[in-house]
Design a protein around this ligand. Structure first.
Ligand SMILES: C[S@@+](CC[C@H](N)C(=O)[O-])C[C@H]1O[C@@H](n2cnc3c(N)ncnc32)[C@H](O)[C@@H]1O
Length: 258
């Protein structure tokens, strides 16, 4: 009888614990899009560079949209390489302000159209862009519904046969630190591959990040009307200086999305 009531208490406690974990992770996921607005301008994490493969797919006269442009690093790079029609969106206004000032200060050439907008609702006309770039962006989209909204929007604004370039972080469970992060993330109620990045000074949640598998990206793209033309997996550096798997994908819009 005594053992029964102790077991009962343990089960109730663990139920309560799991319930709390579930609601905390749900709240963190719902707020995750705002996590990225805390970074000021050039402090926005930006550890990846454009892979040269993209230059076989885009031309200087193309209209190119950088989704999750940060403080504009990729846009500056493209402008310096002679690309003329460059747009970018981000929810972080400080990144956009920095980019606009740098464009003026360094007299960068081209037509720039930078907007504070959520990638789930892109302020661009249907079939208006030749290419969309998403670099270290999908890692910030930890909610699968939001992911579907974003890919639908990207498909909508791309011209038929337009190009989607993705460079992002892949799951790297062979590194114990990351395997541990994914496993703890799963216990906390996130999808496998999603984990909390904690600020070492304050101990507070800085942001949630997701590391993708090849099959996650492949399904996301196929379901949304894209055909993968190039898929590379190569080592890349994270913001914290770790080397993990990077996924570099060039996909073509072959159908309108869902
Ligand atoms: C890791 S940073 C990468 C920035 C940039 N692409 C680079 O490589 O330098 C991710 C960026 O995506 C932006 N972001 C996250 N969620 C977004 C959303 N739903 N809509 C637009 N931008 C978003 C963040 O504000 C942040 O600037």
């Amino acid at each position: 009888m005594f053992t029964f009531s102790i077991n009962m208490q343990i089960n109730l406690n663990s139920l309560q614990y799991n319930r709390n974990l579930f609601f905390t992770s749900l709240k963190n996921i719902q707020q995750s899009s705002k996590d990225w607005d805390k970074f000021y301008a050039t402090n926005i994490p930006s550890s990846l560079e454009l892979h040269p493969v993209i230059f076989s797919y885009i031309n200087p006269d193309d209209k190119i949209l950088d989704v999750g442009m940060g403080f504009g690093k990729t846009i500056f790079d493209l402008s310096k390489k002679g690309f003329r029609y460059l747009s970018g969106v981000d929810t972080n206004q400080s990144g956009i302000d920095f980019a606009e000032e740098a464009i003026k200060k360094f007299k960068l050439k081209g037509q720039f159209n930078l907007k504070n907008a959520n990638a789930q609702n892109l302020p661009f006309k249907n079939k208006s862009q030749n290419a969309v770039i998403t670099q270290a962006f999908w890692t910030t989209i930890v909610d699968s519904n939001a992911r579907n909204d974003v890919i639908r929007e990207i498909n909508r604004v791309l011209k038929n046969n337009g190009i989607l370039y993705i460079a992002d972080f892949g799951q790297t469970p062979q590194i114990p630190k990351y395997k541990n992060r994914y496993e703890i993330g799963k216990i906390k109620g996130y999808d496998f591959g999603t984990f909390e990045v904690i600020n070492e000074k304050t101990g507070e949640l800085e942001y949630l990040a997701h590391h993708y598998t090849k099959s996650e990206f492949s399904k996301l793209l196929a379901d949304a009307g894209f055909k993968i033309e190039n898929y590379l997996i190569k080592p890349v550096q994270t913001r914290s200086g770790n080397t993990i798997n990077g996924h570099i994908i060039v996909a073509r819009k072959v159908a309108d999305c869902c």
